[in-house]
Design a protein around this ligand. Structure first.
Ligand SMILES: [Zn+2]
Length: 165
C-alpha cells in the first residue's frame, strides 16, 4: 500500500507540527481508498486532546504528556467521518508528529492503531520538520512502512507558469 497526498497537504501538516512543537500535533487524512493505496484529498487539523484522564484510561500513566502522546477526541473523529461520507470520502489515515524523535511509531501508537488507516508521522527536531514516513498495520498488528507520494499541486504548478501581470 501507499499514501498519496499533495505537496500543499504535506506543507500544512509540517506547519501544524512546527506550530505545536514541543507538543505532538495530530489530524485526519481524508480521501479515498484505491487499488494501489490511500489517496488524500484534504486534511483535517485536530486538537491534541491527550489528558491525564485519557492516559489513565489507556493504562499509560507515567509518560502522559502531549510531548509524547496525542489523542483525537472520538466525537470529533465521528463528526469528520460523517461529513466526509456526505462527499463520498472517508478518513483514510491519521497524522501526528514526533517532537525530537524519529518518524517511527511508538509502542503506544501501535497498540492504539486501527488496521484501516495509514499513519503518517512527521519528525520535528528543534522545532523544524526533518522528515515524514507513512505506516500501516500488517495482519499481525505490526507497523510496516509504506511508500509516501507527495505530488506537486497541479493548480499551483499552472499558476506558476502564468507570467506576472
Ligand atoms: Zn507517535
Amino acid at each position: 500500500m501507499s499514501l498519496t497526498l499533495n505537496r500543499k497537504h504535506l506543507d500544512a501538516i509540517n506547519h501544524h507540527a512546527e506550530r505545536t512543537y514541543p507538543d505532538e500535533c495530530c489530524g485526519l487524512l481524508i480521501g479515498r481508498l484505491t487499488e494501489t493505496g490511500r489517496v488524500v484529498s484534504e486534511i483535517w487539523t485536530t486538537e491534541n486532546t491527550w489528558t491525564q484522564e485519557v492516559a489513565d484510561e489507556m493504562g499509560d500513566g507515567l509518560l502522559a504528556s502531549k510531548t509524547r502522546r496525542y489523542w483525537i477526541a472520538p466525537q470529533e473523529m465521528l463528526a469528520v467521518m460523517k461529513a466526509a461520507r456526505q462527499q463520498g470520502l472517508e478518513i483514510v489515515g491519521i497524522y501526528h508528529s514526533h517532537p525530537d524523535h524519529w518518524a517511527i511509531p511508538s509502542e503506544c501508537d501501535r497498540r492504539l492503531a486501527w488496521p484501516q488507516y495509514s499513519y503518517l508521522i512527521v519528525s520535528v527536531v528543534q522545532g523544524k520538520v526533518i522528515n515524514a514516513q507513512s505506516w500501516a498495520l500488517d495482519d499481525h498488528h505490526q507497523f510496516q512502512s509504506e511508500t509516501l507520494h507527495a505530488l506537486e499541486c497541479p493548480r499551483m504548478r499552472r499558476e506558476s507558469l502564468i507570467p506576472n501581470a
